[in-house]
Design a protein around this ligand. Structure first.
Ligand SMILES: Nc1ncnc2c1ncn2[C@@H]1O[C@H](COP(=O)(O)OP(=O)(O)OP(=O)(O)O)[C@@H](O)[C@H]1O
Ligand SMILES: [Mg+2]
Length: 237
């Protein structure tokens, strides 16, 4: 993966295709990672036969040891990596490359790595599609930030921009991979408060990945330990 992933998965990416599906969920638009196996190149398997489901409006906390493969799974679900085996579906439909924002948006731990340093913030925001004043207000993004360069914002401010970019793509699902780890406790709480409010408002499903079990306990409807699903203990949903 390149050092900068400027465009994230907002363009030329995957979208739902109306292929058949034998895995129809019971009438709900459920995001499902099914029997996912992955290894980098010819290295050892990072995961084998992993299953994980997230429902609309549900917040699933994913915890696990460092290096276990959580971010790798997040990248697979958000379409950055192709699994060696298995598939990711929404409502039973496979995701396929299309010129539209990916229905699963990923927010990373280090916003500066996924923002083009040569773009002013407004251009970065527009990468997600459109943004509304309401979205900016919800995320407490000040209008004057939009004229600035990334180096002229704090880490927490940049992360809000990344969140706005992700939410501007109107995703069905959001993956927050250590999204607030680098931030102070107050900013962390503010951002999660906003995210949970928006998740409820728009019925977005969230996969929250963190080593901070206390945080995950607060924000999640249920918790999943990566070592459990990697070892096939998670029941197939
Ligand atoms: N591009 C890559 N090429 C080869 N191996 C990689 C690559 N990216 C990650 N890995 C390896 O894959 C394994 C899983 O990494 P991953 O980043 O998914 O773990 P993680 O659970 O997110 O860890 P952390 O909690 O520290 O963020 C690690 O052993 C890592 O070294
Ligand atoms: Mg990780």
């Amino acid at each position: 993966m390149s050092e900068f992933m400027f465009h994230s998965n907002l363009n030329n990416q995957n979208n739902l295709i109306k292929n058949k599906l034998q895995l129809k969920s019971r009438g709900e638009t459920v995001l499902q990672a099914r029997e996912i196996s992955y290894r980098y190149g010819t290295g050892s398997w990072i995961m084998e036969d992993v299953n994980l489901g997230v429902k609309p409006g549900e917040v699933v906390g994913l915890t696990g040891k460092s290096g276990a493969g959580k971010t790798t799974l997040a990248k697979i679900i958000a379409g950055y990596l192709k699994p060696n085996h298995g598939r990711v579906t929404i409502d039973g439909y496979l995701l396929q490359e299309k010129n539209a924002p990916h229905p699963v948006q990923l927010v990373w731990q280090h916003p500066e790595k996924v923002i083009n340093p040569r773009w002013r913030m407004e251009k970065t925001l527009l990468e997600g599609g459109t943004y509304t004043d309401e979205l900016l207000q919800d995320l407490e993004i000040k209008k004057d930030w939009l004229r600035r360069w990334p180096s002229e914002l704090s880490g927490g401010e940049l992360q809000r921009i990344c969140l706005a970019r992700a939410l501007g793509a109107s995703p069905g699902y959001l993956i927050a991979d250590e999204m607030t780890t680098m931030l102070d406790a107050i900013t962390q709480a503010q951002i999660w408060h906003t995210v949970l409010h928006m998740v409820e408002k728009k019925n977005i499903g969230v996969l929250a990945i963190s080593h901070d079990n206390a945080l995950l306990n607060r924000v999640s409807d249920r918790m999943v330990d990566f070592s459990m699903i990697r070892d096939k203990y998670e029941t197939k949903k």
